[in-house]
Design a protein around this ligand. Structure first.
Ligand SMILES: *Cc1c(COP(=O)(O)O)cnc(C)c1O
Length: 397
């Protein structure tokens, strides 16, 4: 039985850091007061929320009055897009997004499409970048919102956020960015980048699951998503999830302090991982952009003649936890919409592997994964009909 465990799926979720958990614990037990209550016992929880809000605001150069807590990153995305759509539908019914968004954005847009909105899904180039010209051409006098992700969760592409922000500000169109993969990992300045709304999620930067936040620039009006009590200044009802709010605040504080050093370390390790895999495994395709234009911890590769699912199962046997581009829907595996959007052939998209590294990743892990992966790919290819066909075709040439 293999006992080594190497987690390489940090883009899916991250563990809560011990310092984060320590800060959260008292709010489950002794400090349980409802912040909406008037007695002094609740002062502690009220203060804790203010402190967390300040920490989040500080990390993205916002003001604390511009931060609203939500139940997740998905909720923040839903709220930003539906909230702007509902509030400003009299001005126009057109929204621009991209073909490579997370499902929290894509499916929200699809929902609005069924309800009278028109959505433009911008294409991307082979590295996953939108073009500013395409965006410019897509804008009409009915456009009320542009929603473009900060960093792609599959291939790590960092979109030209500042340029998008400047264009939207100039054309007086709201700009939302799903920054769930970016917050805590790359520098974000909502003022400089001219961002109006930004979504984040605690569990993608070593905070707890089930807590997110939405930044809403002062003066930007949006309809509520959750109606009820007057929490979050009347914009998002429900008794505050204090422990998780404290957790996301502590997590973003640590991530911000460590960002520069940790992102350099991860960039170097990602590069090393990519190079050693490409060295060991012939016909490996690197998906996504080069070093400084992608998330520090993201590696995405395709192997000709190899099914992603088979790869994941074999990696699991060696204690390696990773992710593939395809999602299994009703028995048939669909290749990832992101990999198809960057122009990968369906077959290559099926043979893709996402390795995302993080705080626990060591040099030794990199060597272990590269070595195991190369023997697994070799084994799968030996019995793969599509690999055989590829080699025969190549030899004929
Ligand atoms: C994880 C993720 C989300 C969803 O966040 P949850 O907190 O899990 O709902 C949204 N967008 C992107 C880009 C993500 O990676």
């Amino acid at each position: 039985m293999n006992t080594k465990r190497v987690y390489m799926d940090y883009a899916a979720t991250t563990p809560v850091k011990p310092e984060v958990l320590q800060e959260m614990l008292p709010y489950f037990t002794e400090n349980f007061g409802n912040p909406s209550s008037l007695y002094s016992f609740s002062d502690e929880t009220k203060e804790a929320i203010i402190t967390a809000r300040k920490k989040i605001a500080h990390a993205i150069n916002a003001d604390k009055s511009e931060i609203y807590f939500t139940g997740s990153g998905s909720e923040a995305d839903n709220w930003a897009i539906k909230g702007i759509a509902m509030e400003h539908k009299n001005k126009g019914n057109h929204i621009i997004t991209t073909k490579i968004e997370h499902h929290a954005v894509i499916n929200t847009c699809k929902y609005l499409e069924k309800n009278g909105f028109e959505i433009t899904y911008l294409p991307v180039n082979e590295e996953g970048f939108i073009s500013i010209e395409d965006l410019q051409l897509a804008i009409t006098d009915k456009t009320i919102l542009v929603s473009i992700m900060f960093a792609n969760n599959e291939i790590g592409t960092l979109e030209p956020i500042k340029k998008i922000g400047e264009l939207c500000r100039e054309r007086k169109i709201f700009f939302h960015t799903d920054a769930v993969q970016a917050v805590g990992h790359v520098n974000i300045d909502v003022e400089d980048m001219k961002i109006d709304l930004l979504s984040m999620s605690g569990h993608k930067f070593y905070g707890p699951k089930g807590i997110g936040a939405l930044y809403v620039r002062r003066g930007v009006k949006l309809e509520n998503l959750i109606h009820g009590g007057s929490q979050e200044r009347g914009k998002r009802a429900s008794t505050e999830n204090i422990a998780s709010i404290v957790g996301i605040g502590k997590a973003i504080e640590i991530a911000t302090e460590e960002l520069e050093l940790e992102s350099e370390r991860l960039k170097n390790l990602s590069e090393k991982l990519t190079i050693s895999i490409v060295d060991k495994i012939p016909y490996t395709k690197i998906n996504g952009p080069t070093r400084n234009k992608r998330l520090p911890g993201n590696v995405n590769l395709s192997f000709i003649g190899v099914e992603g699912e088979a790869l994941l199962l074999d990696l699991d046997l060696d204690g390696i936890y990773a992710s593939t581009g395809s999602a299994c829907a009703s028995g048939a595996t669909e290749p990832s919409h992101v990999l198809l959007a960057i122009g990968l052939q369906s077959e290559l998209a099926h043979g893709s592997l996402r390795l995302t590294i993080g705080v626990g990743t060591t040099e030794e892990d990199i060597d272990y994964v590269a070595k195991k992966l190369s023997s697994i790919v070799e084994r799968i290819r030996k019995i793969s009909p599509s690999w055989k066909a590829f080699i025969e075709k190549k030899d004929k040439k």
